[in-house]
Design a protein around this ligand. Structure first.
Ligand code: AQP
Length: 332
């Protein structure tokens, strides 16, 4: 069976974008692929994380995966730092990837901003660790959002160069798995910026832990424009907030955006926002209840992560041994 690796960073404020754009789609992959779903805590520390908050967020992301419907009995849920092979293979890839390749990565430029000299080396080398995450398990497919496409290209380049350098046909060339219906959820305060964990304004996102009042309030205060809702997606041009809110409605209702336009055409945002809030609550509440139940029992969540890490190590170890032989590392 083909194998999938995918991850979420435990950087706090897990939000509706992470759910609709990633975690929810992963649930549907479980019948077709052997899956590893990873809480990528080593990626998270490429920017500063308070230790206690990192541990809490790691449990929160694992709980969200389970509450969304990922079955840790059939597939692997684990946190990255518990499988040392990620760091070991990433080091080898640091020596395979070229500076010029990483210099071209737009996410580093965005995240480092003007303060490039002060960014961590880890943030610069982040794509090499991502390549190691996938190739450590000889992953064949990776579900990726638009924002991760460039990193996946790099994973393919690293696999290719490793194979060429050592004259082997060892690492697979990973295929992206793009969801036709995947939603890119934008900020509630600015329809041109993506909803993000690190946005300073909590009103920009719906957190997976927000209660009913917070969800309703944030949707009520979401930025709009002065016009009635459009009758078709053709009229979304220049109206990013309308496009975003109607896109979120469509994703939550699991229906095409055109149908949402048909239903609300000509209506004011106020009526639509009320219905959007009701729908968001009805859709998210069962999952949020389950997340709360799981997070109230941290030893259970830790047990799932521990078991997942043991299974992941079992898959990684033979791959790593072969890599060591190929590279010429003596194994006593
Ligand atoms: N706004 C979004 N819409 C759709 N999908 C999204 N993802 C993130 N934001 C959106 C997808 O969620 C998965 C996990 O993301 P991540 O933890 O690697 O974080 P990220 O992509 O860097 O984005 P975040 O969550 O907003 O974090 P910060 O603020 O730290 O950058 C990925 O599949 C991602 O595509």
């Amino acid at each position: 069976m083909d194998r999938i690796f995918s991850g979420v960073q435990p950087t706090g404020n897990l939000h509706l974008g992470n759910y609709l754009g990633a975690i929810r789609n992963w649930v549907s992959l479980q019948d077709r692929f052997e899956c590893l779903f990873c809480v990528v805590d080593m990626h998270a520390i490429t920017t500063w994380q308070e230790p206690a908050a990192l541990a809490a967020s790691t449990r929160e992301v694992a709980a969200a995966m389970m509450a969304a419907g990922i079955d840790p009995g059939r597939h692997i849920i684990f946190n990255q730092s518990q499988v040392p092979g990620h760091a070991e293979l990433a080091w080898i890839f640091n020596c395979v990837a070229r500076m010029g390749w990483l210099n071209r990565m737009t996410q580093f430029k965005e995240k480092a901003g003007k303060n490039r000299e002060n960014a961590s080396v880890g943030l610069f080398a982040y794509p090499n660790l991502m390549a190691a995450d996938i190739l450590l398990y000889k992953g064949t497919h990776v579900p990726v959002g638009e924002d991760q496409k460039q990193h996946l290209e790099l994973t393919r380049d690293i696999a290719q160069k490793f194979n060429n350098d050592f004259g082997v046909d060892f690492f697979p060339i990973v295929e992206p798995l793009i969801f036709g219906s995947a939603t890119r959820v934008m900020s509630l305060r600015d329809g041109t910026a993506k909803m993000s964990k690190s946005d300073a304004s909590d009103y920009s996102r719906i957190n997976m832990t927000d209660d009913a009042d917070a969800i309703a309030r944030k949707i009520r205060k979401a930025k709009t424009d002065p016009h009635p809702l459009p009758a078709s997606t053709d009229a979304f041009d220049g109206r990013p907030e309308a496009a975003n809110l109607m896109g979120i409605f469509a994703a939550l209702a699991d229906t095409p955006v055109e149908d949402v336009c048909g239903r609300f055409a000509g209506q004011p945002f106020s009526t639509f926002k009320q219905e959007l809030a009701d729908l968001a609550l009805a859709t998210l509440a069962p999952m949020q209840d389950e997340m709360r139940r799981l997070m109230a029992d941290p030893s259970h969540v830790d047990g799932v992560l521990r078991d997942g890490a043991a299974r992941a190590r079992g898959l990684a170890e033979p791959v790593l041994r072969e890599v060591q032989d190929i590279v010429g590392f003596l194994r006593p």
